[in-house]
Design a protein around this ligand. Sequence first.
Ligand code: SAM
Ligand code: SF4
Ligand code: F3S
Length: 442
Amino acid sequence: MNQKIFIKTFGCQMNEYDSNRIYDTVKKIGYEKTNNHEDANCYLINTCHIRDKAKEKVYHEIGRVKKIFRSKSKPLIIVAGCVAQAEHNEMIKREPYIDLVLGPQAYHKINRTILNHKNKNEKKEETEFDAISKFDYLSNIKNQAKKISSFLTIQEGCDKFCNFCVVPFTRGPEYSRPFNQILDEAKNLIDNGSKEIILLGQNVNAYNFQGLRLSNLILELEKISGLRRIRYTTSHPKDMTNDLIDVYKHSKKLMPLVHLPVQSGSDKVLELMNRKHTIKTYLEIFHKLKKINSKIEFSSDFIIAYPGEKKEDFEDTLSLIDEVKFINSYSFVFSPRPGTVAANLPLIDKKISIERLKIVQQKLFFNQFKINQSLENTTISVLVENRTDDKSKLFGRSEHMTSVLFSGSDDLIGKIVKVKIKRSNQNSLFGEIFKQSNKKVA
Ligand code: SAM
Ligand code: SF4
Ligand code: F3S
């Protein structure tokens, strides 16, 4: 009888990609995916360490699992992801209910680790950085994702060491997967029905495999006929090189949305953060891209109330938001992370921090609302992904990644259709089908 594995995923898209690849991998030793956690023989928590009380959240989750399985036999408990990497076997010492701790660069060892545990019942921690072996191993295991829009990790890790960030410690040094390995995985995803590929990396635009850059990869993917849309995330302004900017001149499939985290609108704060870019260089990228295609929009990440942020620095952030008119952004109050340079810096008063976050979010949400409203009574291209949970509407995304809901039949799933927008709110557009733009593509 097959065993069942349930994975609870926290954090970024790279964790989501990893969780799916773990499902693909453990299939080889007889585990099948379950969406019902109560059925699980193996319960894996894929963790994120980026903010707040990440570690405590994991122990809290384990507490919940313990309760669920109080009257049943205990599943195999695996903690994976960035908290696992940061905490190593400290986790097993503190919570003996945990059986295995697996860092993000050790997923190629998961089958062996599970089988060894079953034979010897030993607790184990695998957290060394070994991205080459991981991706070599995974390239021999087919990516089974059958989604219209699929993630594909091309790069992992970070060498930039922003003073606030744990990623260089949890994901290790920058590593770029071999060019052809990525193309093979992309072709496989497209054969499985994907129409959109979202290339992923903690610093995706730092991709460099033997001199081949992200720009080369996009232009190569562009040639695959079944693929309709290409996106990439997350980028660093320092790696937004001219070759990548130029791709926007030639590519028909690269979507006109650039997620380019700026973190702050103040050069002084950027320097305190060790961001390695200025507002001037950020705006140069913005204007170059706008000149190529005025439809290109920007989204960003902001850290509010970073230690040393004065009122005037905060106002610089507000001015930048007014200038760029980000279409969609993430903003959080600075959260001190253990082991980083900024871990012990004096914090800005909590009330002021929350007040600043509120002001920034109001501005960002207002922009988003206005942009969506401006699309009412226009017709836009939408890649149809699936049905809404209640099955009443089709769900798709605009070129700028905004959710679009409208009525239509299932045979539109996987197609790019024209939708006339009738209504909008801050997060979504609501419309009706106008006409199908490309009937040939299945
Ligand atoms: N590599 C990307 C870049 O350079 O912008 C970002 C990747 S990071 C996984 C995602 C986002 O988490 C960052 O852009 C930042 O805004 C946020 N973040 C990271 N550390 C943080 C911290 N200590 N407090 C609050 N937000 C943080
Ligand atoms: Fe973190 Fe991005 Fe800075 Fe790297 S470049 S340390 S991932 S915020
Ligand atoms: Fe979180 Fe690790 Fe991603 S810390 S944001 S899961 S790289």
